[in-house]
Design a protein. Structure first.
Length: 135
């Protein structure tokens, strides 16, 4: 899958991940103060601050649709062996639930990798479930 290859690239290069998220975030149909004032790509830390603001604006939608309706924590445990595939699925779900145009792939990688969704959905801490180690 092309998305899984792109996800692997983003996981290997967080700076590119945030830059690509920022490039689509600034492409809103209505010009905003942020897009009018910023012409150059900000630092990764600056983009992370913008992402935190964006996350705050979608947090209630994510809680309802991703945590509640979609049962994120259960799905995460089902896909624990295939991180890239799970992130691609999250991206597909985001494309249907978010009310504004965003790059759902970069958004999904950030939400997953930075544990925004684990925290929001109150997922239990990951437990190693590989069976007995000394046999």
């Amino acid at each position: 899958m092309d998305n899984q290859i792109q996800i692997q690239k983003y996981l290997a290069n967080k700076e590119q991940l945030y830059q690509d998220w920022y490039m689509t975030y600034g492409q809103s149909p209505e010009p905003s103060q942020a897009t009018e004032q910023v012409r150059a790509i900000p630092s990764t830390e600056g983009i992370k601050k913008l992402f935190a603001q964006f996350y705050s604006s979608i947090e209630s939608i994510l809680r309802q649709k991703i945590c509640g309706d979609w049962c994120y924590c259960e799905k995460k445990s089902e896909y624990q062996q295939d991180r890239e595939k799970f992130i691609a699925i999250i991206a597909d779900v985001l494309s249907m639930v978010l009310p504004m145009p965003v790059n759902s792939l970069t958004t999904a990688v950030i939400l997953y990798e930075e544990k925004f969704l684990d925290s929001l959905c109150a997922c239990p801490k990951e437990i190693e479930n590989n069976g007995p180690e000394s046999e």
